[in-house]
Design a protein around this ligand. Structure first.
Ligand code: SF4
Length: 205
């Protein structure tokens, strides 16, 4: 029988490989989540390996592929646009910040619009602060001033404009932050909560 499950598994693994974690690289997603997660990921990579086949994430990735195929009708659009900048940390190290915007649209008037697509189980609370900050980080990385956050949820399909790119100072502050977690809700979904001394529980909130 044709093995479609293995095909999807291999595709997810390929995608995962593109985000290989290294000591001298921060991904944009590291700037908008608990800073400890990056450190734990370097020390205990096995704890998140199973996520490659978490059905909810696969569904999200497949939805992204579908949205990209519709956005391609715009023309003048590039997908999965990767960029990289080098920044200096306060301890003197030079490190890289990398990220892949879902899409960038190049308008006829020369405008450059960063597009980030989000899928979620519901529309409660959108646009989320960490999603807005993610687009702001892409604006900094891609040297753009205009972004769009597109949500595709079972309740609502809508978009929000995002401007205000991060500054390099803000990026460095986020990279070196010791505020654990960055958001109070993070610990309940965190794969490292099984060993983290900073985990927020109901009693510690
Ligand atoms: S459990 Fe909470 S504080 Fe610890 S790494 Fe996860 S999100 Fe951060």
């Amino acid at each position: 029988m044709i093995d479609l499950v293995s095909l999807i598994y291999a595709w997810r693994k390929e995608e995962e490989e593109k985000h290989r974690r290294t000591e001298d690289t921060w991904w944009v997603t590291d700037l908008v989540r608990c800073p400890l997660k990056r450190e734990f990921e370097l020390r205990y990579p096995e704890l998140v390996k199973h996520q490659v086949f978490t059905p909810f994430f696969i569904l999200g990735d497949l939805a992204h592929e579908g949205v990209h195929s519709v956005l391609s009708r715009l023309g003048r659009v590039e997908f999965e646009v990767e960029a990289e900048k080098t920044v200096a940390l306060p301890d003197g190290r030079e490190v890289r910040v990398r990220g892949r915007a879902d899409a960038i649209y190049y308008g006829e008037g020369g405008e450059k619009i960063v597009i980030e697509v989000k899928t979620s189980r519901s529309d409660a609370g959108i646009p989320h602060e960490h999603h807005i900050d993610q687009v702001r980080a892409y604006l900094w990385l891609h040297e753009a001033n205009e972004g769009v956050l597109l949500y595709v949820t079972p309740d609502r399909v809508t978009q929000f404009p995002v401007s205000d790119p991060m500054t390099t100072d803000e990026v460095v502050e986020r990279m070196t932050s010791k505020d654990y977690p960055r958001y109070s809700w993070e610990c309940q979904y965190c794969p490292y909560s099984v060993l983290c001394p900073h985990k927020l529980t109901k009693l510690s909130r």
